[in-house]
Design a protein around this ligand. Structure first.
Ligand SMILES: Nc1ncnc2c1ncn2[C@@H]1O[C@H](COP(=O)(O)OP(=O)(O)OP(=O)(O)O)[C@@H](O)[C@H]1O
Ligand SMILES: [Mg+2]
Length: 238
């Protein structure tokens, strides 16, 4: 971890976490959609607890890379490892179980469950990770942390873009994941809420040793990472 991040938002007190965060390693990952090659031999290592930013032009493959690293999809070629676990060879069900235990994900397009309330959206990952017993307290402290404490029972369908993004961030943090993948986590936020969201993400990394891989166009956010990588036309470089 880079020192000197000044937390703007303290995280709620943590439980003692059982396992150290795993290192991430991607080896020569290539991927195509039909005849369009999107990733070309991407190799990447991140130390446990490291915060890595990935920047690059629109369409360069950033979201695709994040989805592959998070086991949402499997690469055409290459290997993806989290700690001792090779993830790309697990079947879909095992990958889903692994992901629920280890990862938090902030999607570029949020993917909130529209039929559920704000609080219920945060409860889903807690249920999937077997942490339902912690759910009410955890949900309310996280919603307070993202400034949405009064909105718990509302449908996510009525929220503004920035509010939806804050729910997505809170949901990604719900299980106290060992690693967090965040795709443009401040893309819909004004400056004040961007700072709040960045404070939450980096507090998580600092206080709990959570590894963070974030895709961003926000230079202020990228500058807070330990390391910044660039993806251009499917090729990753430092
Ligand atoms: N499921 C899919 N099927 C077909 N093509 C896809 C699919 N997902 C992504 N692509 C294509 O892969 C390329 C890279 O997409 P990706 O979403 O990874 O880019 P990105 O770097 O995240 O862009 P942005 O900054 O605009 O979010 C694009 O040309 C996109 O059209
Ligand atoms: Mg994208």
């Amino acid at each position: 971890m880079k020192s000197g991040h000044s937390p703007s938002v303290p995280l709620p007190p943590d439980h003692v976490t059982a396992s150290p965060p795993p290192a991430l390693r991607a080896v020569e990952v290539s991927h195509a959609f039909g005849d369009r090659t999107v990733l070309r031999g991407v190799s990447l290592s991140a130390a446990p607890g490291e915060v890595v930013a990935v920047t690059g032009p629109s369409g360069s493959g950033k979201s695709t890379l994040l989805h592959l690293l998070g086991g949402l999809d499997t690469p055409g070629q290459g290997e993806i490892w989290w700690g001792e676990q090779r993830v790309d060879t697990l079947d879909t069900q095992l990958r889903a179980g692994w992901r629920a235990q280890l990862l938090g994900f902030v999607f570029q397009h949020h993917y909130l469950l529209e039929d559920l309330s704000v609080a219920e959206n945060l409860q889903v990952p807690l249920l999937l990770a077997g942490q339902a017993q912690d759910s009410p307290e955890r949900v309310s402290e996280l919603l307070d942390a993202v400034g949405l404490g009064g909105r718990a029972s509302e449908s996510t369908g009525v929220l503004s873009g920035g509010e939806r993004q804050r729910v997505a961030i809170a949901r990604a943090l719900a299980t106290r994941p060992r690693a967090l993948l965040a795709d443009e986590p401040t893309g819909s936020l004004d400056q004040a809420n961007s700072r709040l969201a960045a404070g939450l993400l980096f507090s998580l990394a600092r206080q709990q040793g959570t590894g963070v891989l974030l895709v961003t166009h926000d230079e202020a956010l990228a500058a807070q990472a330990d390391r910044c990588l660039h993806l251009v036309d499917g090729v990753l470089s430092a």
